[in-house]
Design a protein around this ligand. Structure first.
Ligand SMILES: NC(=O)C1=CN([C@@H]2O[C@H](COP(=O)(O)OP(=O)(O)OC[C@H]3O[C@@H](n4cnc5c(N)ncnc54)[C@H](O)[C@@H]3O)[C@@H](O)[C@H]2O)[C@@H](O)CC1
Ligand SMILES: Nc1ncnc2c1ncn2[C@@H]1O[C@H](COP(=O)(O)OP(=O)(O)O)[C@@H](O)[C@H]1O
Length: 453
């Protein structure tokens, strides 16, 4: 039975190759699997149908179209008026609902002219769109359109497996609400990635004192950009770190860490050898000179923004990064910073976000959070993760600084936890707190994180 994907747990994601293996095994035992797929589509279409007006079922040449044909037959048997293309002409009037069954996981090139024209008609007809398995034209593994455009659906009913491309890149903007039906087939195939859910790493015992909750040292905030470092420090504090220190680059010692947050202290690496470093937020070029010592001395590091730019520009810093112990370094690049780290352009990073994150993680021997819609967490030797929480309210200056600080605060309290797990927990919580309509100012995001926690 189709169900709306619940956000309160993790889900396994299966890429195209894994889905094809699962499908082949399932088909060997249940040759009529398409009947069940079509039934699932018909049930959801019926639930979404407003009760009058025709349903346009737009079918393609393969099994995705086959699902559509089964659904069309079942809907008709239920008394729902159906227009089925390409057997019948495209409806002249606006339908009540469109079922997009043009292309699913069989997409292997840019849509042909004829299919692209039907996709455009589906998009333009003005009715709500229910996509079968995947919005037509979207690549299952990357969430990128294979051609000039992919269908932007209001609902997607994904069958058998959850595909990574529904959750990252352009996928979230194209899939709409995601429904899932495994068609009763056990997912006896290793997941290719995890879809993140809530994960709590903190514990406040009755006997807790500030010393039991670790220390964070935020290094950044060059003149004119101190807000970035302060946001990171506030986030670490909101997360519950026992003590949070700020090394404001170039600021006189008399300058308060944060006049609005008296809990924050000025501090420097010299005395804080056990702290989790959150390095780079608003740091400017000055961070390049400070990085060798920070990389050599701090046991756990979250590197963001200008620290990443400095590392991208300097092979010696890259070597220092690779020399750190496994599981102790976490990088949080947005796509442009990732492009600099990889020596390519942003479009190339976005074209396959899972692959780009994995490549950065492997090259630099770190955990990488590739930020953006559907942030990807990658670590050498571990299964990648994709984050479904968050949304465009986070697309505002400072929300990444808050993430870096939150990750540092979390890690300070989970000292024996590896970078990958910390990243998974922190990225999900950050996105969950950032779910809002409109824009969420970064300082308000910190407050939301504090109260949600
Ligand atoms: N794997 C699953 O989850 C299941 C598969 N089923 C359905 O079957 C679909 C996969 O079926 P298929 O492998 O037949 O794949 P599709 O139906 O997605 O597409 C394959 C067909 O489209 C053509 N094609 C591919 N790219 C094209 C392009 N860019 N322009 C024009 N034509 C193009 C191919 O030549 C082929 O004829 C799934 O997406 C799902 O809807 C269900 O029936 C059962 C479960
Ligand atoms: N459309 C979106 N959907 C989901 N998350 C988003 C979206 N836009 C931005 N974010 C998140 O907001 C944060 C922005 O970080 P970043 O680009 O580094 O901003 P800044 O450097 O200004 O703080 C990241 O965690 C990113 O994943």
């Amino acid at each position: 039975m189709p169900h709306l994907l619940a956000a309160d747990r993790c889900w396994p994601l299966h890429d195209l190759a894994a889905t094809r293996r699962l499908e082949a095994r399932a088909l060997a035992q249940r040759p009529d699997l398409m009947q069940d797929a079509g039934l699932a589509v018909a049930k959801l279409a019926l639930a979404l149908w407003p009760g009058s007006g025709p349903v346009w079922v737009a079918c393609g040449p393969g099994n995705n179209g086959g699902d559509g044909r089964v659904a069309a037959r079942l809907l008709r048997e239920h008394g729902v008026p159906v227009v089925l293309t390409p057997d019948e002409p495209v409806p002249a009037e606006r339908p009540a609902l469109v079922v997009d069954a043009l292309l699913g996981i069989g997409l292997n090139r840019a849509p042909s002219t004829a299919l692209a024209a039907t996709m455009a008609a589906v998009q333009a007809c003005g009715a709500p769109i229910l996509a079968v398995d995947l919005p037509s034209g979207l690549r299952a593994d990357t969430g990128q359109p294979a051609g000039a455009a992919a269908v932007r659906a209001d609902h997607t009913l994904t069958l058998l497996t959850l595909k990574p491309g529904l959750f990252t890149g352009e996928g979230r903007a194209h899939a709409g609400q995601i429904w899932f039906d495994d068609l009763g087939v056990a997912a006896d195939e290793p997941a290719s990635a995890d879809l993140l859910g809530p994960l709590e790493l903190r514990e406040r015992r009755a006997t807790a004192h500030k010393g039991s909750h670790g220390q964070v040292l935020v290094v950044g905030g060059a003149p004119g950009m101190q807000g970035a470092a302060r946001l990171a420090a506030r986030a670490a504090l909101a997360c519950g770190a026992g003590r949070v220190y700020l090394d404001l680059l170039g600021a006189p010692a008399s300058e308060p860490a944060d006049p609005q947050r008296p809990e924050l202290m000025r501090g420097r690496l010299g005395t804080l050898r056990e702290a989790v470093g959150v390095v780079g937020c608003g740091a400017g070029e000055a961070i390049a000179a400070a990085l060798p010592e920070l990389l050599a001395r701090l046991p756990r590091l979250v590197l963001d923004a200008d620290a990443l730019n400095a590392i991208a520009a300097d092979p010696a810093l890259q070597a220092l990064l690779r020399a750190r112990a496994a599981g102790t370094t976490l990088l949080t690049p947005h796509p442009l910073e990732a492009a600099r780290l990889l020596g390519r352009d942003t479009a190339a990073v976005q074209a396959d976000r899972l692959a780009a994150a994995a490549e950065m993680a492997a090259r630099l021997a770190c955990t990488v959070v590739l930020k953006g819609s559907g942030s990807v967490v990658a670590t050498p030797g571990q299964r990648p993760a994709v984050n479904p929480s968050g949304g465009p309210a986070l697309a505002t200056a400072g929300s990444g600084d808050v993430l870096a600080g939150w990750l540092g605060g979390l890690w300070a309290q989970a000292a024996t936890t590896g970078a990958h797990r910390v990243a998974c927990a922190g990225v999900f919580a950050h996105g969950r707190a950032g779910k809002a309509s409109g824009v969420l100012r970064a300082a308000d995001l910190v407050e939301r994180l504090a109260t949600q926690a």
